[in-house]
Design a protein around this ligand. Sequence first.
Ligand code: PEP
Ligand code: MG
Length: 829
Amino acid sequence: MDAMVGLVIVAHSRALAEALVGLVRQVASVEVPIAIAAGAGDGHLDFGTDAAEILQAIQEVDSPAGVVVLVDIGSAILSAEMALDFLPAEMRLRVVICSGPLVEGAIAAGVQASLGSDLESVCREAQQALVPKIAHLSGSTPENLPKVGEASASAGCTITVRLENLHGLHARPAARLVQIAAAYQAEVWVTNLTNGKGPVSGRSLNSLATLGAVKGSQLSLHASGPQASAALDALQRLVESQFGEETLEYSEPVKFLGPRRSPGNPHQGIALSEGIGLGPLFYYQPALPPLPDYQPDDPRVEWERLQKAIEAARFVLQARRQKLMLSLGNEKAAIFDAHLLILDDPVLLELARDRIYTAGQNAALAWHASLVEVATRYLSLEDPYQKRRRADVLDAGNQVLIALAGGASPGVISPPGPGILFAEELTPGEVSQLDPQSVLGLVTARGDKTSHSAILSRALGLPALSGIDLPGLGVEACSLVALDGFKGLLWINPEPEVQRELAVRRQQWIDERNRLLSRSHAPAVLRHGRRIEVAANVGSLADARAAAVNGADGIGVLRTEFLYLQRLTPPGEDEQCATLSEISRLAGKTPVIVRTLDIGGDKSLPYIHQAVEANPFLGVRGIRLSLAQPDLFMTQLRAILRAGADHDLRIMYPMIANVDEVLQAMALLEQAHQALVKEKLPHCWPIPAGIMIETPSAALLSQKLAEHVDFLSIGTNDLTQYTLAAERGNPRLADYLDALHPAVLCLVKEVVEAAHQYRKWAGVCGEVAADPLAVPVLIGLGVDELSMNPSDIPRAKEIIRDMDPAAATRLAEKALTCASAREVRDLTI
Ligand code: PEP
Ligand code: MG
């Protein structure tokens, strides 16, 4: 036998890679050359990948037949690409990094390589290795899948079917059709007999969409090839089962909350951030990097760049799909299957390839022009639902352009004029890039009050609500919309009278804010003389400025994640120290509590390897990650100590669940101090150190924890999600996520008592700290400090000054005996 294609398995885990090789050897008929590059550190016991090792593995199995490199996640791809860069040019041409899944792909590639197939076939087999699984799990029966050895050749056969599902061949049904068609050795062609469009390839999602096939359309499905009739049987069943869609799926345009209407006809959403906004509607499109206009020398290099960018985009979309699946279930997440198929679409790829090889364009220009060409075809469709799929094509395709520009993050998000911005969902990074001059309000389809995006909207003083799907309601861009962030109401094309009323309320809101602001620099003292510290939650330099303007008594939580997000490498010690010093300068003489890194949950970093977790909020998050990454943690501890040399800085550890974690963190802090002493670098020592109480375990152990720290700050956002077992940010669980739930209040009481027993102070820094109904309850429970969004400080101080402390105590006592958050909210002081 001639040389066989070799395989290289690149995985973060050595054990996984070794087991996989065993599996491949079991299924492949002859011994295929396989090498592994997996694990990091001594004995490869840590998780990670190493480009030098991958290079060596490739060289081990290289032959004229070539090498297929299969990779697992994230940095494995980057390491493999780096390894390829070091290969001699002639060898480089016969090595491919395959986009197939690691486990299924390795098995499929192993079998194919053992048959003596060429490089392209082995790689293609691996790439398609998930297709049978997708077809199976997406509803087709195992009998639908191609049977081994089935070879009855068919010259071609045709069937006619009628579409009965509500929106015809929209993205998900079309994606199902492509997946099923690809599972068979058959060429499938589809024609819309009702309007005469087609035939188009059954493997091209974009071409299928241009058929304009709606409910009631008659389609002709023609197949040829060895499994033509099996393919048609499976497709017929798919169409007859109405693509497995819930019958009512699209009968109501708003899937999240309603629409529930109240007088004046507003739609009811979830209130995220107070204020009134009125203006034309803008749909958020991620800002795209500028298109380069260079003339490439070698089209092969451009084509390869495009392939790599598509792989990177695929990774981003898969991560989004995973996130959505965890929060909203597989059915909703399936829209990303369509996005992923767009990246593989043969028509789109052919157009781009042609532009690169024939027109000599660079990868970005070629991809962009092809994308626009394909997306434009959607505009000619009659069905408005299908027309809107144009946005999906652009959305998925734009990820490739971003990847081609090196993953550069878009700049400030600014609509073309002042108006209301709609986005499916915004990441905290994107919210922080909103231009407050032009974004007068924000509407998102997803997100709840304690999501980090909502918190940021409040910090920006930006009226916001979620839970309303404006594209689903068919609202055109530039329509006039108005939102009430106090009550979560949204008006579409409001009557002139409603507009006038809302404009008046907007002005009142602004006037009231200014009135409170004029008094907010004085301390908040209760009538009997006890002072309550009202501090700010800060997550950027802009927040720190806002804290000072709003009269904060200090920074109660400096969320340091902003230093680490939106970049490809971790910030160094000097850089962190400089930013912390700048924030301290803005805080003037008031204390700054620096919370150490709280990554995990809904925030991740590209340069930190984190295994995919089924429940990221219950995973390696906050202090758990810092203790697992001592180098990263030590850099931060040193930066905090150094920035504290001439300012009242304090340190706080997030996500504590055990006493042991505190002791370990303190030991590392002591080490950081000793090192700085040795290096004769000025720093603050001793430094007051506290912890966040965010887990029920920490609240219940607060007696034990208080002994070791200087203060306890209760993070009710997380404490509520963990106490009620209801994920923050999940709009379907919004009713659970009320920190005034008596179970949460009982934990707050426990913590305050433990702190006071040790003469330490206890604060609350979750979103509830600024809730006007919650402020008296928390103060009645004995809380000493409230830390909140800077923009909420003036009102909170006013409430505290007006409050009767004895009545607050009675209110808190009553609240502890209530059965629900609703009951607590119905109590009056
Ligand atoms: C909290 O959990 O209440 C908190 C303040 O921390 P974060 O919102 O940053 O998780
Ligand atoms: Mg928290």
